[in-house]
Ligand binder design. Sequence first.
Ligand SMILES: Cc1cc2nc3c(=O)[nH]c(=O)nc-3n(C[C@H](O)[C@H](O)[C@H](O)COP(=O)(O)OP(=O)(O)OC[C@H]3O[C@@H](n4cnc5c(N)ncnc54)[C@H](O)[C@@H]3O)c2cc1C
Length: 369
Amino acid sequence: MRSFDVQVSGAGIVGKSLALSLAAIGLEVALRGKSAAGGDDVRAYALSPTSIALLGRLKVWDTIVADARTAVHDIVVRGDADGAVLEFSAWQQRVAELAVITDAQALESELDAALRFATRVTRVGDDVAATLVAHCEGRAAATLRPLGEATTFARSDTGQRAIAARVVASLPHRHVARQWFRSPDVLALLPFDRPERARSYALVWSLPRERAEALLAADAVAFERELVAAADGEVGALALASERGAWPLVVGGADAWSGPGWVLVGDAAHVVHPLAGQGLNLGLADVAALSAVLAARESWRGVGDERLLRRYERQRAAPTWAMRQMTEGLLRLFADPSAPVRELRNNGMALVNRVPPLKRWLTARALDS
Ligand SMILES: Cc1cc2nc3c(=O)[nH]c(=O)nc-3n(C[C@H](O)[C@H](O)[C@H](O)COP(=O)(O)OP(=O)(O)OC[C@H]3O[C@@H](n4cnc5c(N)ncnc54)[C@H](O)[C@@H]3O)c2cc1C
């Protein structure tokens, strides 16, 4: 039976990127799992410059068609009081863009295309013999029996669901990503060029479960009416341009990310709330870190060496912890409807907006993840 250096289990965006990245450093990789390309995922991801750099190195970025990736030049975040607004701009940050909104399906397809040319990656349907198993099964990893003995996943249900869809606005997006943080929902309209150039948005709307279910059951006209009201009419009229997809929102992470011959990567290790659009960015940063650690290993160390894998785990612990604290903290802060907390968060937003160095620092953290 053929033996591989690494079996990557789970062919989501993180698993496919990891397979390509490990093959590029000369490892023989088996990739197990079906691709979601050609499916019905209506999401678009806000990818950070760091993630884009990795995808560029894997040669899957430049080939994504132009209307499947739209640059974000400004981000406007509103709270739930007049004057509570936070504005970030690429110009102030001295960068070309703050993020690029990328079609999930287009990215999946480009990764599949690159994998077809990766001679060191073999797609397999079952477990194979390998020195290292990299678990990239997303949040499903938490339910894998062999892993259950090695690591514990602390998961908490936020009681929310996220609705995603594509919408077309009557006003141009001007490359501005808009978010509304308030109790009890968080709404994001991310500028996009599909299906209509300069007027489309990728919608991500996180809501309490019952409210989300009511909105999913509503007909298109009623849904659009509620959405325009939630967006304060800021982008004009909005028309649904896709089916509505929904995701239950759990957050959490594994208490150990590695052991002898196994490692967790991406959502298999940590699941963050999509309010900051950082889950995949964290996963791609894991890919870059694990690849660098394996590439730099001592000649006598195997890729499944526990000490080696701990180096990766240590590198990723602090940024992941910080992102979890930030997203879960914001979630708690904005879930509280009481007047004093409401005043505190809105005043806080207005204050941060008036302190350019603090804003620049916050933006740099997000660009880096
Ligand atoms: C509504 C929403 C919007 C989001 N927006 C953003 C954003 O703007 N920016 C951002 O950075 N992140 C965003 N995220 C987070 C992002 O979707 C995830 O962090 C990312 O998809 C994780 O990728 P992954 O490959 O680790 O896991 P997954 O995408 O879950 O992929 C796991 C893969 O493993 C497969 N699998 C499962 N079990 C097994 C098994 N036993 N054997 C083999 N294969 C298996 C699955 O079928 C799947 O293909 C968003 C999330 C949601 C819900």
